[in-house]
Design a protein around this ligand. Sequence first.
Ligand SMILES: NC(=O)c1ccc[n+]([C@@H]2O[C@H](COP(=O)([O-])OP(=O)(O)OC[C@H]3O[C@@H](n4cnc5c(N)ncnc54)[C@H](OP(=O)(O)O)[C@@H]3O)[C@@H](O)[C@H]2O)c1
Length: 293
Amino acid sequence: MILKDKNIVITGSGRGIGKAIAIACAKEGANIGLVSRTLEELTQTKEEIISHGIDTKVVVKIADITKYDEITEAFKTFYEELGPLNGIIANAGYSRMWATHEFDNEKFSQILNINILGVFFTFKAAYPYMKKDDKKNKARFIFTGSQAYPIAPIRLTAYVASKFAVVGMQKSMAAEYKNENITFNMVLPTQVDTRLLRGKSAGDGNKPDYVLNPWDLNDYYIFLLSDDANRVDNALIFTYDFNEVKKLLAGAPSGKKENWEVFKDYLEEKAPKIYENVKNLGKLVNFIISRLS
Ligand SMILES: NC(=O)c1ccc[n+]([C@@H]2O[C@H](COP(=O)([O-])OP(=O)(O)OC[C@H]3O[C@@H](n4cnc5c(N)ncnc54)[C@H](OP(=O)(O)O)[C@@H]3O)[C@@H](O)[C@H]2O)c1
């Protein structure tokens, strides 16, 4: 179990991507702090973890990440019940689509508040409780970004602004905390079958093929939380690129797919652009290979 005894808090873990990450981290032995605004959904995530027969601690706290007092109180409880925190996943997010000139003013602010201010409040509230005393086992702060950075689809101006903003925040924070044993990394998914994308149709079995399942992202987060990623900092993991890597691994001849060292030349030849995008994350490719076998 890769995350045995690590303490991981995931915002937005009542459904969608955050719920999938929480279950995956618990299966890897981590103790989990679950937080969102909806108690019933958090309780359901906790019950699913328990139903897998996993013997870890799961602490549930409701908090709105845009309310500093609430999220501070939640992190205090996570620290008291779990101990120093090894990983924080700032995953909670929100989006709405409108033509920009018609965008509802309140909704525009709400999207920025949840996706930017909420991430800042999450970090500020978590910081005193993060385990920052071990260079060989650094604390991890992981953002859920989006392929909206850098594609910038239309009618998503508020969301795009927020997802560009967190890339800047990560860069700045990675530099600022370089000597404090905290790393900052981001997973930037393409479209995923969750309520944010498909509303109440999420999980109905009718998603288009190009839309990922929430659990398709688990390995990226587990990697970033694992010992393998202790020195990975300010990385942007675009799930599109690694999906392509997975397809190429599936088709690669034996002798070319056992590890990054033997795979990289094959990848460079078959998909030079993908190679350029992932070449600094060979450790993640190795991790993916280890999870495939
Ligand atoms: N789905 C996609 O296609 C996609 C693609 C790229 C990136 N993402 C990103 O993935 C992340 C997770 O989204 P998802 O797709 O899993 O959506 P989702 O199913 O709607 O889940 C969003 C989660 O965030 C929580 N949340 C929202 N506002 C909150 C607030 N103010 N305080 C606390 N928790 C809050 C929600 O719970 P409550 O509403 O109960 O609080 C819920 O648990 C987001 O950052 C999103 O931008 C999604």
